[in-house]
Design a protein around this ligand. Sequence first.
Ligand SMILES: [Mg+2]
Length: 285
Amino acid sequence: MSVAAGGGRAAPAQAAVFLDRDGTIILNDGDLGDPDRVELLPHAASGVRLLRDAGYRLVVVTNQGGVARGRYDEAAVLATHDRLERVLRQATGLDRVIDAFYFCPFHPEGTVERYRREHHWRKPQPGMLLAAAGEHGLDLARSWMVGDQERDAAAGAAAGCRSVRLGSASAASVADFFAPDLHAAARRIVHEDTPRVSAGVVTLHASESGSLADRAIRSALEASARALAERTGVRLVSLEWTGDQVTATVEGAEVIALGFAAEWRRSTSAWWRSRGESGSLWAGA
Ligand SMILES: [Mg+2]
């Protein structure tokens, strides 16, 4: 067991969405090293806003081979990212949008010698995602990569993330999903990560035909079901009365419905006897 300095527990790793930059958040007109030419793509701001509101950390991971090709320098990349963050803050109304920017300035065919090489940060390799996960405490298995190129989806898969590729579906892709733009990708991610609510259903049958037809008896039984649900913390979705039976639907696994029904049966049977009725209310043991 590892314990963080100070004796406290380490903060749990967080889910992130790794975002490609060019063609995903901003217009891709080739290598961009000019902050004044930053232009958000349609639905990009609403997409990052949705992801932020859903609690994801946001990390930009971008190949910047333009540095290796001598078209602009690393300082220009940093200035472009500062500008992008400001534009996103303005467009979303948030105080902070992107938690961290990672870029890879290397390219094996670069013209600037110090950048002319392959590098494990260059997508489709997952180096930037792995570095960000280590530095920011991110849970890669709960994280996503979104980008417009296959190398983005491949980097995500190599890092153990799920991925959404922007554009039309292609059979050859390793992406988990396709989406037309960043907002649609964000909606897909939030949808996939929202726990599905399961429901348990159980039916009780009246022992005597017609006993559930009495409105006063039905409403007393219904009141006891709601009181029981409240007392036990079970969410009662519905009670459906059909002829001589009632079907209860509760949120959660089937076993919760069975437990709820058993307790409801027991308490209403006692109530039935206390009325001096002969016989039992429910069929079965
Ligand atoms: Mg791109």
